[in-house]
Every structure is written in C-alpha cells, then in structure tokens.
Write a protein that binds this ligand. Sequence first.
Ligand code: EPU
Length: 421
Amino acid sequence: MERIVIKGGRPLKGTIKIGGAKNSVVALIPAALLADGNVTIQNVPNITDRDALFDIVKFLNCDIKQDGNVVKINSSKLRNTLITQELSVKLRASYYFMGVLLGKYKHVEMFFPGGCNIGNRPIDIHLKAFKEMGATVTKRGHKYMLDAEHLHGADIKLRFASVGATINIMLAAVLADGVTTIKNAAKEPHVVDVANFLNTIGAKIIGAGTDIITITGVKKLGKNVNYSVVPDQIEAGTYILMGALLGKNLKVDGIVPEHNQALFEKLEKMGVKFTLGDTYVILNKSRKLKPVDVKTLVYPGFPTDLGQPMSVLLTQADGESVFEETIWENRFGHFPYLIKMGAKIETEGRIAKIHGKTNLTGTEINATDLRGGAALILAGLIAKGKTTIYDIDHILRGYENIINKLSNVGAKIELEEYNVE
Ligand code: EPU
C-alpha cells in the first residue's frame, strides 16, 4: 500500500501546468464510442478514473491506445453487452455509457455507478429524461436495463441543473430521432467541452453553456477526429489555493481564467495577492487574510469541487468564515482530520463555521474522498512537521501526477510504501 508523506512549510515557486479536465474526459471517453471512425483525444490526464473507463471500453470490445496524454479509440467492433458491477462501481462516470449505448444501440444493460462517498447520488433525473425520450427502464436490484423501440427528441426540463444528467441526455439525444431541448441545463465548462466534442464528431448541439441546450438528432456520427480536452477548472483551482497559502511567485499555467472567476472573486475579497494573465495566474502568499463567506453553487457559482480545498484557506484567515455546501449532503468528511491538525470548525448540517487563524500541525490522517483528500494535502503543505495521508487512492482518481507537480515547485511530498498489518 502507499501513503503520502508531507513535510510542511515549504514555499511553492516555479510553474505548475494544468492538465485536461477529469470531469470532461470521463464523458469524452464513453462519448468516443458514438463515432464510427477513429477518435483521437489529446490532453487526457493520467488519473485512475481514466484507467477505469479504459477497462469498460476494452470490455465492450473497442480498441483503445494510449501514448502519454494522447488516447486513440476505435469502436468499430463494439459489442454491446452487460457492463458488470465490478467495472461500473469503480467510478461514478460509468453512467455515461447509459446515454451512449442507448443512443447508439437503443439498448443498454449495466449496474448502478459508484464514485466518491459524498452523498446519496441518485440518477433519477437521467432516467426520467431517457423515459421522456421513449426509453423503458427496468431495474432489478442494482442492475438497470434501458430499451427504446423509438428513441426520439423530447422537451426536457431538469428539476436540478445536474451535470451528469445534462451530459447523459446530450449523449443519448445526438443519435435520437428529432429535436431534444434541455431546460435548466448545467453550464459547467466540462458540459460545454462535451458538447464541443460531440459537434466535432458531427452532432448538432447549440446552446451549451446556457440554460437551454438544443440537440438535433443525426443519423450517424463519425469521421476521423482529433480533439483536445479543456483545462481542468478544479485542478487549477486546487493549485491556485495552494499558491494563495504558500506561493512565492507560483505560476499556475494553462488555465482558462474565466472558469475560476468565482474563486478569484473570493481570493480578492480575502486579500490574496495574484496577477492574472490570459492563460495563467501568478500567486504569492499573503501574511494576512480576511475571512469570507463561501456558498457552493452550480456554475458560474463557487464550485462544490473546490469547497473542501477552499476550507483549508479559510482556516488561515483572521476571523470567522461561514462555509455552506449546497450540492452534496456529505462534503465535510475531511473536517475531523483538519480539526485533528488544529483547525477550529463547527458544523451544523451543511453549514460550517471556520474560525481562523489556526496553526496546523502534521499528524496521521485519511483521505475520505477525492476533493477532501486534496484539501488534506493543502493542510499538510502548510502544517508544522510531518503529515501522513492514508487512503490516497481517492486522490489519485482525479489529480494527475500530483506528487511530481508539487515536488517540482518545492514541496516536500512523497509517496511511501507501507505494509498493512
Ligand atoms: N442529483 C439527483 N438526481 C440525479 C442527478 C443528480 O438528485 O439524477 C443530485 C445529486 O445527488 C447532487 C446534485 O444533484 O446532490 C448534483 O449532481 P450532478 O448530477 O450535478 O453531479 P454529478 O454529475 O453526479 C459531477 C461531477 C462531480 C461534481 C458535480 C457537480 C463527474 C463524474 N462528477 O457529478 O465531481 O461535484 O458534477 O459539479 O463529472 C468531483 O470531481 O470531485 C466530483 C464529485
């Protein structure tokens, strides 16, 4: 087994390059199966969620080749069989095979997806939309079977602007008969990226990035395409927060600044020193930080996936910050460990009062989920002494080369083998 060991307090200087967006690529890999030709995807991050999707693509008898950050997929020999529980529980995004296979073959069988333990995670919004498009849904235990004699366009109003449902509906609708309209659609950058990719392979989607997306079904998707994944808004935000805590002219490079507008607004209010360029930001540690209230919201609001890393910055502000998580029920799993390190945090439901400034001290802690794990790395980097983080698989699911990226800018962080007793 491996754990992460950090010796805290080192300034971060140099450049961190941001990779392709995890939450886009986990949809693009299944989406590539919609195309009849060869699909090349550039800027695919080396994360374990990617590998879990590769396993499903191979299981469906498709060709997949990976060379560094370039992935080539050919689905000409696709066999549409039941996706096993073992494969689908490895990640939440396995649900994108539902939209893809329903769209292409009008039939899909798979088990309920897995993912981080951050809340209930139902898929009722996805299934309701598929039914509105003419599919029947049969559920036996954890297994789902979707069939559509005639998959057709529909006027779909989402009860919540779900990222997964918006993408899944687009995946099914691109090959459906007629026009599908998604109202109250999610507007996250990765939703736009998936729409751009689908249009590149021949789909007709307009309005991605706004509340209303319109998809006109086509008969066939294909031709050989080459697509590059959008930079990861959340990876960027995580390193930006590290720069706010420890930066000495730390450059976070290869970003789309407007995707992190909500974060930059909060940093400005707190008094963080940063200089924004077209595709980069340079950050310096501030001696004094002001407290700020943060409420997570759908895009363009403050992203839920940055709430946990942000909470670490709030422990370093002088005074009380109120932090509210509105998207997931259970995104406070890292708090007991921050408290163990010396943070002062009181929670009531989905609201946390964070009292700063507190000095953190290194200790042994556990990553409970992906972004909570990233938050613990932030805490370890600023803590006095040695921090050891266990259950790091959660972190490696979504952060490419995090150990190297941080070591290269001066952090004392390494992976260490250990034996489980
Ligand atoms: N929801 C339902 N029913 C549904 C779908 C969602 O009630 O059918 C609820 C969820 O329970 C949750 C809220 O709606 O309370 C948001 O869910 P959404 O569908 O938007 O999230 P998701 O597609 O499951 C993606 C990302 C998450 C990210 C959210 C919100 C992937 C694979 N996951 O999840 O990423 O938090 O959007 O932006 O794209 C992460 O990267 O750490 C992560 C958890």
